[in-house]
Ligand binder design. Structure first.
Ligand code: HEC
Ligand code: HEC
Ligand code: HEC
Ligand code: HEC
Ligand code: HEC
Ligand code: HEC
Length: 338
């Protein structure tokens, strides 16, 4: 699907969504949603429980367990709670790294990527900013954040949504629901375990555990804020990198072969090549959507982590930092390097 078909796709997504709802099938975020929405994770009724008080017994706005919603989320998601996926690396904006408390197996760590530890006091060129001294405007778009930067709720609903990872149905300015659901647009290798365990969390949220259908709507979802970051299929030759296009038009056989220019075992090491980057593929299961073929498509998450990465522009590899892996992702699809 191309972005010129965006409105048709969105309409179809709504129709598909309506059909599924009529069928009574609940496809949604896996936790903080439905029966997995545990009020006790986030709210406290009287600002105290069993000798623990919140804000010295005064409590916080909205009966939250922390002074702000982001601080609340980070009480568990900064690595402190081993059962919650860790999305905060130990580095800083000035010296970013990918060291996380959760033992993700993939070289690309957790699927959503990570903020750096000084996320509350520094802006970063390696990710979305949870701190700012004035409102942020989405690059190539018009959406603006609150005056002190972005918050988790700009992208996730704390009370859950029908989407994968409780992603907002309308994060930006588009005004149309965008369907990025588990079971239609996204396929997970294994189901979530409730109650969560540390071992299951490390496996479930790993980059390798998620498969994206070619109709994944992730591009539309990002474009809801970054409206003009790409152009449609009519743009020939293209002026911005194409999205949702199969690698067969590039160097299909090099891509499927998986060896040589661009391919390697680790990212950011001193050896040329990185593990195969993410792609989208037509299919109706995790196995089908993660099958390597020249019909695999390039999309935002082929090159970017959403929260952040250790590299400039949230890239999966050191495109600006340089070194042996500098052009690796490009070469996997284009085979232009040495
Ligand atoms: C993952 C954290 C989280 C969980 C779990 C959670 N909440 Fe909330 N809740 C919030 C946050 C953050 C706010 C602040 C306002 C907002 O962002 O919606 C809030 C606000 C509210 C509000 C006031 C604003 C509104 O949306 O009406 C109510 C009522 C509420 N929550 C009820 C509940 C109930 C009932 C449960 C359990 C069934 C629950 N919440 C579970 C995070 C959570
Ligand atoms: C009390 C700890 C706790 C707090 C507070 C908390 N979370 Fe979570 N969150 C978890 C755990 C545990 C999981 C993983 C559950 C599992 O794997 O079974 C999770 C999972 C998630 C997921 C993935 C859900 C999915 O569908 O896979 C998202 C997104 C998320 N949290 C966002 C938030 C946001 C946003 C906030 C703040 C509004 C927040 N969390 C606050 C513990 C917490
Ligand atoms: C709710 C609006 C919103 C959504 C949705 C959104 N972004 Fe952003 N994005 C922003 C804003 C605002 C900035 C500029 C400030 C910053 O860096 O945080 C930004 C910055 C970026 C940057 C530059 C980061 C840097 O430090 O150089 C990249 C890359 C990016 N976004 C990619 C994405 C991708 C990929 C998606 C979809 C998975 C996405 N964005 C979804 C609002 C959004
Ligand atoms: C710019 C939008 C954006 C912001 C801001 C954002 N998230 Fe996410 N988050 C996403 C997307 C998109 C995914 C899924 C991406 C993927 O699987 O590649 C995700 C995934 C997650 C996950 C699942 C674990 C993982 O690594 O996939 C958790 C937990 C989570 N986010 C929590 C949070 C919390 C807590 C905050 C605030 C501190 C936050 N997010 C801020 C967009 C955002
Ligand atoms: C996951 C595969 C993939 C990755 C990674 C990728 N591309 Fe592409 N690229 C494509 C596809 C598919 C097209 C459209 C078909 C074509 O033009 O070959 C394309 C098109 C292009 C074009 C336009 C070609 C024209 O027709 O004018 C350029 C330039 C380009 N890519 C450069 C890059 C660079 C530089 C990188 C690394 C930063 C990169 N690409 C990474 C798949 C990819
Ligand atoms: C083929 C790889 C590739 C794909 C696919 C891709 N990007 Fe990028 N993106 C990059 C690179 C590399 C940069 C760093 C700037 C540069 O050199 O082009 C970047 C930069 C950005 C920036 C920051 C621009 C600035 O002014 O600093 C945003 C925002 C962004 N991308 C969003 C997206 C979104 C949203 C998508 C999906 C619609 C997407 N990107 C798809 C490779 C990609």
């Amino acid at each position: 699907m191309t972005t010129t078909n965006k409105s048709i796709a969105a309409l179809l997504a709504c129709l598909v969504g309506a059909t599924l709802m009529l069928g009574g099938v609940a496809l949604a975020g896996d936790y903080h949603q439905g029966s997995g929405l545990h009020c006790t994770d986030c709210h406290i009724m009287h600002a105290s429980k069993d000798g623990t008080t919140y804000n010295s017994g005064t409590g916080y706005d909205n009966l939250l367990k922390a002074a702000s919603a982001t601080a609340l989320c980070m009480q568990c998601h900064d690595g402190a709670d081993a059962t919650a996926p860790d999305i905060v690396a130990t580095g800083t904006a000035a010296a970013p790294n990918d060291t996380l408390g959760t033992a993700y197996a993939s070289k690309y760590k957790n699927s959503g990527g990570y903020f750096q530890s000084d996320y509350g006091s520094a802006q970063s060129g390696e990710g979305h900013d949870l701190y700012a001294t004035s409102a942020l405007t989405a690059i190539q778009g018009t959406w603006t954040s609150g005056t002190d930067g972005m918050v988790c709720a700009d992208c996730h609903d704390p009370h859950g949504t029908a989407n994968y990872r409780n992603l907002l149905l309308q994060p930006g300015t588009g005004g149309v629901d965008i369907s990025v659901r588990s079971g239609t647009e996204v396929y997970l290798r294994e189901a979530i375990t409730i109650p969560p365990t540390a071992a299951a969390t490390a496996i479930h949220y790993d980059t390798s555990a998620v498969g994206f259908d070619d109709v994944n709507h992730v591009v539309d979802w990002c474009l809801d804020c970054h409206t003009n970051i790409t152009t449609g299929s009519g743009d020939t030759p293209p002026k911005k990198h194409p999205q949702d296009v199969a690698v067969s038009g590039a160097e299909g056989s090099h891509w499927t072969g998986g060896t040589g220019s661009g391919f390697g075992t680790d990212v950011g090491d001193e050896s040329s090549g990185i593990p195969r980057i993410r792609f989208a593929q037509d299919g109706a299961s995790y196995a089908a959507t993660t099958t390597v073929a020249d019909t695999n498509q390039v999309f935002c998450l082929s090159c970017h982590k959403t929260h952040g990465s250790r590299y400039d522009s949230t890239a999966l590899w050191p495109y600006y930092e340089g070194g042996a892996d500098q052009t690796s992702a490009c070469d996997q699809c284009h085979n232009k390097g040495a």
